[in-house]
Design a protein around this ligand. Structure first.
Ligand SMILES: C[S@@+](CC[C@H](N)C(=O)[O-])C[C@H]1O[C@@H](n2cnc3c(N)ncnc32)[C@H](O)[C@@H]1O
Length: 262
């Protein structure tokens, strides 16, 4: 049992941590392996040309929704909470900046199969699935958000998204039967589950698979999870972008941890 807390850090603490990250973060010149240098230059530093206006229209529409859901919260042991769709759209989704980054990473690596843990309203899923040559499998515990996500994808014309509903603890068994090029973990931000999902998902990876962990500085537990991943011998290089952490398991890369500006 861990003695650290899964409670999110307070807003002032996060601001302080973010400022520290900004001071510490390097750029492409701090990254030596050519493949990571190119990634830093092309993906992190080059201005994004990605525009997904229809997805942003859907985000705006959901932010104004009056709908209240009986939300099955697996982050809180499956209790049912009343949640406003507008609040979920405002506070639980990756911002356009990071949704674009995830899209850019998927397209840069020409990922054919992507797995997302934590669908929510499906806006980030749509960004991951922007290229029609990519198939996204997305897992979510609450059926009511999935219903909304499905209507978003249908509005955006996505036929390349496969949604699996149920607790990760059950649905991962099926999901790991496929091999993924990118695995984005954005659900259940706790130490034990994060590390367990990683262990399990290694079975669904190949040496070039990229793991992306969300909110690595969100709480004491998530920071412990990130430290543990950085020290893990199965992982070669990591890139800390503060709001997400990128993990390479490619043995061709040396074991190094970078903190880069984004
Ligand atoms: C932060 S939201 C995902 C946001 C989404 N990736 C985005 O950026 O638009 C996390 C989601 O994970 C789901 N979740 C958390 N723990 C889960 C679990 N153990 N099993 C299934 N779903 C879970 C929650 O229901 C929630 O909708």
């Amino acid at each position: 049992m861990s003695s650290s807390s899964s409670t999110p850090y307070s807003a002032p603490h996060m601001v302080w941590k973010y400022l520290k990250y900004k001071l510490k973060a390097g750029n492409k010149h701090n990254v030596h392996p050519p493949t990571l240098f190119n990634f830093a230059e092309q993906v992190l530093q080059k201005a994004s040309r990605i525009r997904y206006r229809s997805a942003e229209n859907e985000r705006r529409r959901l932010k104004k929704s009056k709908q209240i859901l009986n939300f099955l919260d697996f982050g809180k042991n499956g209790v049912i909470l009343q949640k406003a769709v507008s609040d979920i759209a405002k506070y639980s989704l990756k911002s356009p900046k990071y949704a674009k980054l995830l899209c850019k990473i998927t397209e840069y690596y020409n990922a054919k199969n992507v797995l997302e843990l934590g669908t929510s309203l499906g806006i980030t899923t749509a960004y991951l699935a922007r290229s029609s040559t990519t198939t996204v499998t997305t897992l979510e515990g609450d059926p009511s958000v999935v219903k909304i996500a499905e209507s978003v994808w249908s509005q955006l014309g996505h036929t390349n998204i496969k949604s699996i509903v149920g607790p990760f603890e059950k649905t991962l068994d099926d999901a790991v039967k496929t091999q993924y090029d990118i695995i984005y973990i954005d659900g259940n931000h706790k130490l034990g589950p994060t590390l367990r999902y990683f262990d399990q998902l290694l079975h669904a990876s190949h040496p070039k698979t990229l793991f992306i962990f969300d909110d690595i500085h969100y709480s004491e537990e998530m920071e412990k999870a990130w430290e543990s991943l950085k020290a893990d011998k199965r992982i070669s290089s990591t890139i800390d972008l503060f709001f997400i952490g990128i993990v390479y398991i490619d043995p061709a890369l040396s074991k190094q941890n970078f903190t880069l500006r984004f």
